[in-house]
Design a protein. Structure first.
Length: 448
């Protein structure tokens, strides 16, 4: 039986993971990857660190053209796919029509432009998966001294930290929600982080909506309810949405979140067409009800690419488990790591939950251990843990990796309380901070 002709639209991380695993499995499929960009194989999340000078431009790339040639995949740079003809099983491109047996849509995400009056594109920037935008923004940063960042999510805060490091005279971050990182943290855990951000020199405005933006000569003027701020440029860090125009035009189903709807094998309504990465709608495995979500994470992108590689090679037998919505970031020397639901999301989904906060240490302070604050949330009905948030030192992320497994597998809290952990005086404490928080939850919820 001849190996399939695989066409991948989009050269993001899922394409690299899929191609690499197909070859590792010994699959000799003809692979054609199409991208509308001159670059491929770079880590989008490292762009703020490039702007801060912590990584070079070439350091952001995990694969170059030579890698694709080595594994026998043809990558077509600056060749956008214009249409998909599912009946003929071909994609139409500027370089002609290409047939496929299996089509993988990896079209990623695009900026969600905020509805702010006066935006005109002049000295207004987004950071997206298109690295050319990053280079354009890097040019704007050179020589500038004042900036307004709209949005206090991960990208907005990482860039703000970088601008402070570069000695900007004024860095203002404006967030419409009541606290920073609103998709990951509850307000009480965000409060300490906000104070640290302000202490490091950022003019942080939360719960504030931008009324308008206008250009006056060399200045961008951002109007807020309490006055105006002048800046050299504006960074719009207000989130992204799936790029689904190609899928929609091909008659594929778009889910309620705006991503491409897929089955457990990551196939669209057309069994010969898969979707992976940020353009794909997936489901949560937090509550047991598989609600549709958009994780927008590199780890999700990589996992979905690897799973589709297995299903192409073996046939559709491997099911995607869904997501626990993990998140992590390091800001101004503090690590934030979370998984599962915030209080706001639990409320929006109509869930009755109970939550506890706990403070602990990651190791003995005299041996370099730092403090950590943890919040654990569970369903009031049965004690199932549905959310964990932590703010602390560098070991915080490893602790949340453990929580991700507990949340995803629905491990009861009384079992978590007795799970063993790695211990050495410089690495942990015998009664670790996460277990302490779980025990407090057991008492609070009446399950002890």
């Amino acid at each position: 039986m001849a190996e399939p002709r695989v066409v991948i639209v989009g050269a993001g991380g899922a394409a690299h993971a899929l191609t690499g695993l197909l070859r590792a499995l010994g699959n000799d499929a003809q692979i054609d990857i199409f991208t509308d960009r001159p670059y491929a194989g770079y880590v989008v999340c490292e762009q703020p660190y490039f702007l801060r000078g912590r990584v070079g431009f070439d350091d952001m790339f995990y694969a170059r053209k030579g890698w694709y040639e080595k594994v026998g995949a043809r990558i077509h740079y600056e060749t956008p796919v214009q249409a998909v003809d599912r009946e003929r099983k071909v994609v139409e491109t500027s370089a002609g029509a290409f047939p496929y047996d299996v089509l993988v849509l990896n079209t990623g995400a695009e900026p969600a432009a905020p509805p702010i009056p006066g935006l005109d594109g002049v000295r207004e920037y987004h950071l997206t998966s298109d690295v050319r935008r990053c280079l354009s923004f890097a040019e704007a940063v050179d020589g500038a001294r004042r900036a307004v960042v709209i949005g206090a999510g991960a990208i907005g805060l990482e860039v703000a930290e970088g601008l402070v490091e570069r000695g900007f005279e004024r860095v203002t971050v404006v967030e419409g929600e009541g606290h920073v990182l609103p998709r990951a943290l509850d307000p009480d855990l965000a409060a300490g982080l906000e104070q640290r951000i302000r202490d490091r020199g950022v003019d942080l405005r939360t719960g504030v909506r931008v009324r308008s933006v206008r250009t006056e000569g060399p200045d961008k003027v951002v109007e807020l309810p309490d006055g105006e701020i002048r800046a050299d440029f504006v960074l719009l860090a207000t989130g992204v949405r799936p790029r689904v125009e190609l899928a929609r035009a091909a008659g594929l189903e778009i889910g309620p979140t705006g991503g491409i709807a897929v089955d457990p094998f990551l196939r669209t309504r057309d069994p010969s067409v898969y979707a992976v990465g940020d353009c794909m709608e997936t489901w949560e495995r937090i509550t047991g009800h598989r609600r549709p979500v958009l994780p927008m994470l590199a780890s999700h992108t990589n996992r979905s690419g690897r799973l589709v590689a297995r299903n192409i090679h073996h046939g559709p037998r491997f099911e995607y488990p869904g997501t626990c919505l993990p998140f992590g970031i390091e800001l101004f020397g503090v690590t934030v790591a979370t998984c599962g639901l915030t209080g706001a999301l639990a409320e929006r989904w109509g869930l009755d939950t109970v939550a506890v906060r706990s403070r602990g240490v990651l190791a003995k302070p005299q041996l370099g251990g730092e403090r950590v604050e943890i919040k654990v949330r569970a369903l009031r009905t049965n004690g199932r843990i549905v959310g964990v948030q932590a703010v602390g030192g560098p070991g915080t992320a490893r602790m949340i990796d453990r929580a991700v497994l507990a949340v995803g597998e629905g491990v009861p809290p009384h079992r978590l309380s007795l799970y063993e952990t790695v211990y050495s005086p410089t690495l942990n404490v015998a009664y670790d901070a996460f277990t302490q928080a779980v025990d407090r939850l057991l008492v609070e919820g009446g399950w002890s």
